[in-house]
Design a protein around this ligand. Structure first.
Ligand SMILES: *Cc1c(COP(=O)(O)O)cnc(C)c1O
Length: 364
């Protein structure tokens, strides 16, 4: 249970007593007699030909309890802090929706960073304040003092920090996250997007949640857990904020087969396999990083605590052309400010990285 209260004035005033859509599952009566015949949601009385055991016959629970409990367990928190949905992308959207008045409140982002924060803000009519990260040539640093100042100056209600960052691969130290949360306690919710958390050594900001009611952590099954196509991500937040986020979420975010596979990914065996894959990815990443640093035409390869490398090239067009001619697709991030010569390369299998190495070797 939480020791501190959530500052409810951070929630959009017009949504503070909004209870959301009352769904087939949430509107079930709570009486002494257990419900046994469900005729309240216009579902079919019979299973489909393609779903013989009828698992998908009924609308799912909006927040499947078994999945929520498993997520809370694995991330060492309580179920009342978990909001699960259609990837962390949906969590970003819910945070902007619940906390920012369109045309009024802003968000703060630290470019170069993940593009969905600005996309969600734009779609919601919310201004985006930018506090560029500091590039020292080897890694990137978020200037949390400047973030705090921008949040106050621009009236921000949400600050998005990705840690490890995408595409920077750099971690924001927990000390700085905690200090920022304290400084913005009455101003904004500080969101730590840990989409790549499994790849880094720093412990999760989840460990700060009890102490900082205005802190939110985002996690996902899309990266280390190898389930991007499943679309499962979740927010870990103060219970009061979690309640608000569930209320502004579109109904039934977790389809029945999705909940089933997500649950299977959280068994001890599956988690052990994920840890082995992560270890392998880190070994391959460091080997690829060393190789890239040796290549002429590669000006810099940033330190990475994630499953990708960010590099600067003398001639990124030529590198892209060479790779494309070999059927190898990497991410062109040159449209981001400060990254006019940069590419982001995901760490794939050893075979895939050998192919990359050969293509770049031919290039050199
Ligand atoms: C990939 C990524 C996400 C998206 O995660 P989903 O759960 O697939 O929506 C979120 N944040 C960052 C920083 C990412 O790189």
């Amino acid at each position: 249970m939480s020791s501190s209260t959530f500052p409810s004035h951070l929630v959009r005033e017009d949504l503070r007593d909004f209870t959301g859509y009352s769904s087939a599952r949430t509107s079930a009566p709570s009486t002494a007699t257990p419900s046994r015949i469900w005729l309240n949601a216009n579902e079919s009385g019979h299973p489909s030909e393609v779903d013989p055991d009828g698992a998908a016959r009924r609308y799912p629970d909006p927040q499947p309890p078994a999945l929520v409990d498993a997520l809370a367990d694995v991330w060492a928190t309580t179920p009342d802090r978990v909001v699960v949905g259609r990837g962390s992308d949906e969590m970003i959207e819910l945070l902007v929706r619940a906390l920012c008045r369109p045309g009024g409140d802003a968000i703060v982002v630290c470019p170069p960073t993940f593009g969905m924060y600005a996309v969600s803000a734009r779609l919601h009519g919310v201004p985006v304040a930018q506090v560029p990260q500091v590039d020292d040539g080897l890694t990137w640093r978020v200037d949390t003092d400047a973030v705090a100042e921008a949040a106050v100056r621009d009236g921000a209600r949400v600050v998005f920090l990705a840690s490890p960052g995408n595409p920077t691969g750099a971690v924001v130290p927990l000390r700085q996250v905690a200090d920022l949360a304290v400084r913005l306690a009455d101003q904004a919710v500080v969101v730590v997007d840990e989409a790549y958390g499994e790849f880094c050594e720093q412990r999760s900001a989840v460990t700060l949640l009890e102490e900082h009611p205005n802190l939110v952590v985002l996690r996902t099954l899309s990266k280390a857990h190898a389930l991007a196509g499943l679309r499962v991500g979740f927010a870990l937040a103060h219970p009061d904020l979690a309640t608000v986020l569930r209320r502004v979420q579109a109904p039934y975010p977790v389809p029945v087969p999705v909940a089933r596979t997500a649950l299977a990914a959280l068994t001890p065996e599956a988690l052990a396999a994920t840890r082995r894959r992560v270890g392998e990815t880190l070994r391959v990443r460091d080997a690829v990083g060393r190789r890239l640093r040796d290549l002429s035409g590669v000006r810099a390869v940033y330190a990475s605590e994630a499953n990708f490398l960010l590099l600067r090239c003398d001639d990124a067009d030529r590198v892209l052309d060479t790779l494309t001619a070999d059927g190898i697709v990497v991410r062109d991030v040159r449209q981001q400010p400060g990254l006019e010569d940069a590419l982001r390369i995901t760490i794939g299998t050893t075979l895939e990285m050998t192919a990359l190495d050969q293509a770049l070797g031919d290039f050199a």
